[in-house]
Design a protein around this ligand. Structure first.
Ligand code: GTP
Ligand code: MG
Length: 250
């Protein structure tokens, strides 16, 4: 069983080395209650499953020196780096990463340090146990988190509420970066968005195809604007438009 960690990366020279180090440092061993893995049964009726990882970085036309650092990471045996000639947006970078990924399961990992790879085992558990094909890590389910701006929380909640109304569901964090899905789901969705349309497009298509999204609490350490935070309220309008579009078509 292999997990592909997909890292879209644009001008992240301050954090790219560190995040790859943190991703590679997580050792994923799960105790699973399922006989299909043909592993030695432990006294509590579970088996211990080890999940391998690969890291797929797609540099999205960085101009801050990130590209000088990436060859050093590409030399690592489990890290693969691909380059966009020019900046195309997060969605385009994730799509390239999905095309290149070899894993059975995939997860999006931003190149900043807002999300914690130590949450991977919890995210994987429902997929490995066959309870779901898609798992979202939620920042609003009681996990440890740095408090965010009230305005950002409202923005997040508004986009999630809009999603829930359109698709009759009860997500708590549609915009989370931690979206994990099986290869079968990834291949079926045929994503098109280039920029910030990625999260609403993937969510809309998953829900419209009838998959139920599983949510698990994750920790969150949001960065500040002076640390490179770039998102603004205008991006929210793109997100709402994308949700509506994929509710009505496809
Ligand atoms: N901003 C931006 N990020 C990109 C782009 N292409 C790829 N990315 C990567 O996409 C991920 C998410 O970008 P972020 O800017 O962290 O987006 P965010 O977490 O929603 O917003 P902030 O962290 O608040 O700025 C990061 O790993 C970026 O490096 C792009 O064109 N613009
Ligand atoms: Mg970020």
């Amino acid at each position: 069983m292999k997990l592909s960690v997909l890292i879209p990366c644009y001008n992240e020279i301050e954090t790219i080395r560190e995040i790859v180090g943190r991703v590679r440092a997580v050792d994923i061993r799960l105790r699973v209650r399922d006989g299909k893995f043909k592993l030695p049964l432990l006294p509590d009726g579970t088996v211990e499953l080890t999940v391998d990882k690969e890291v797929v970085i797609v540099d999205d036309g960085s101009t801050d020196g990130t590209r000088d650092v990436l060859p050093e990471l590409a030399a690592l045996p489990d890290v693969f780096v691909y380059y966009h000639e020019r900046n195309m947006g997060k969605g385009a970078a994730v799509r390239t990463a999905i095309e290149k990924a070899a894993g059975d399961i995939m997860l999006v990992q931003d190149a900043d340090l807002e999300y914690d790879p130590r949450d991977y085992p919890a995210l994987l558990q429902p997929i490995i146990e066959g309870r779901s094909q898609v798992v979202y890590g939620s920042r609003f389910l009681g996990g440890p988190r740095k408090t965010m701006f009230f305005s950002h929380m409202l923005g997040n909640q508004a986009l999630t509420l809009f999603t829930n109304i359109l698709f009759d569901t009860i997500l708590s964090d549609m915009e989370t970066c931690y979206k994990m899905f099986t290869r079968a789901v990834a291949e079926q969705l045929r994503l098109k968005s280039h920029g910030w349309g990625f999260d609403p497009e993937i969510t809309a298509k998953i829900l419209k195809r009838g998959y139920r999204i599983y949510e698990v609490p994750i920790s969150y350490n949001g960065r500040e604007y002076n640390e490179g935070k770039k998102i603004s309220w205008r991006d929210g309008l793109t997100v709402m438009w994308t949700l509506l579009k994929y509710r009505l078509i496809e």
